[in-house]
Design a protein around this ligand. Structure first.
Ligand code: PLP
Length: 396
């Protein structure tokens, strides 16, 4: 066969997709599986959002739009930043892309040169290392632990900064850990970024899903100078249950946003016209549905934590946001359980799928092999029956 690009060969296939495929195959065979593998809300998109998109489709809103998104949507996003985050951006500092993943992809394409370094924490969202590599840059990973609530300490970031550091990515509330960075830590990271001159990429896709009365703080809102070196990434996927619509957005330094727009103009052009109408409706209509879903997630978080408390040999940091729990199951490693030796998160994932009929994601996909990721974007009934099964499988 003719050769493929080095770029394509250094990108790892998504290990979460492989597990999901196995779960789906087993389900298709009629096996009853409790799934905690989803990376998306289980709710349907609210009806009024669908209606607005359907109407725009019927009205013929089916053509190319401006590359960075329609003006009305960028104005609505600017308004959202002002209202929710105390951030003032003009529509020219905002670009809408095909999901927040695409936003991060475009940012790194716009700022990285070969050999540049991009710093982020492990456990990480599976796509960060690969999106960095696709920009010919090098991931620099800062290991964090449950004791520190999986937050990078500013000293840790400082110790890995080099001449080549181009950006740090902060995921708060985070996937896979539900971590939320507190304001003093954000301030210290911002100061470091300003002193040592690198960008901050603030992935705020789970902003709407915070628990225990926590309030979201964007690092960009600390002060004007921080805002000038920060890309704020957000979108409608997680807050409005709109993952399939593929609408994410970035606000940031105008020159960089223009560069992203040039890149986007030669790849996807604009985000889908009718999905932009859906996103516009989501951002501008009542936010009641978001709060209802948030409350459902908080209740589920409480239940899954209680249920994990009943299982020996599992510890976890209580998630403060998003819809994942990231328990440490390594106390069970090296042991023989029902005839199988568990030597890591992949073994544990396979064991739970085969023996307990429970689908989870191995921590190794996030660079943390001692852990599993369970999404609680599923019903209380499923959470309870799944945790019954896990408890039984790990009682031996
Ligand atoms: C889901 C997710 C995204 C991207 O979501 P899109 O559907 O592409 O908007 C970005 N970052 C994290 C941490 C996520 O979990």
């Amino acid at each position: 066969m003719l050769s493929l690009s080095q770029r394509s060969e250094k990108v790892a296939p998504s290990s979460t997709l492989a597990i999901t495929a196995k779960i789906n195959t087993m389900q298709a065979e009629g096996i009853d599986i409790v799934k905690f593998a989803a990376g998306e809300p289980d709710f349907d998109t609210p009806e009024y959002i669908k209606d607005a998109a359907i109407e725009s489709l019927r009205n013929g809103f089916t053509k190319y739009t401006p590359v960075p998104g329609i003006t009305e949507l960028r104005e609505a996003i600017a308004e959202k930043f002002k209202k929710d985050n105390d951030l003032v951006f003009s529509p020219s500092q905002i670009i809408v892309s095909c999901g927040a993943k695409h936003s991060i992809y475009n940012i790194l394409q716009a700022i990285c040169n070969p050999g540049d370094e991009v710093v982020f924490a492990a456990p990480y969202w599976v796509s960060y290392p690969e999106i960095v590599k696709l920009a010919d840059a090098t991931p620099v990973i800062v290991e964090t632990t449950a004791d520190e609530n999986f937050c990078m300490k500013p000293e840790q970031i400082e110790s890995v900064i080099s001449d080549r550091t181009k950006a740090v990515i902060i995921s708060s509330p985070g996937n896979p850990t539900g971590t939320v960075y507190d304001a003093p830590t954000l301030a210290q990271i911002a100061e470091l970024a300003l002193n040592r001159q690198f960008y901050v990429i603030s992935d705020e896709i789970y902003e709407a899903l915070l628990y225990d009365n926590l309030k979201h703080q964007s690092i960009a809102s600390l002060n004007e100078t921080v805002r000038e070196i920060t890309f704020v990434v957000n979108g409608v996927s997680k807050a409005y249950s709109m993952t399939g619509w593929r609408i994410g957005y970035t606000a940031g330094p105008e020159k960089a946003i223009q560069a992203m727009s040039r890149i986007q103009s030669h790849s996807t052009s604009n985000p889908t016209s009718i999905a932009q109408i859906g996103a516009l409706t989501a951002l501008t209509e009542s936010q009641e549905a978001v709060e209802e879903m948030r409350q459902a997630f908080e209740e589920r978080r409480n239940v899954i934590c209680q249920r994990f408390d009943e299982i020996d040999g599992i510890t976890y940091a209580k998630p403060q946001g998003a819809f994942y729990i990231f328990p440490d199951v390594s106390a069970h490693y090296g042991r023989r359980i029902h005839g199988k030796t568990i030597n890591g998160s992949l073994d544990m994932t396979a064991y739970l799928l085969d023996n307990a009929r429970v689908g989870v994601i191995p921590g190794s996909a996030s660079g943390a092999d001692n852990h599993l990721r369970l999404s609680f974007a599923t019903s209380l009934e499923e959470i309870n029956s799944g945790l019954d099964r896990i408890k039984e499988a790990l009682t031996y």
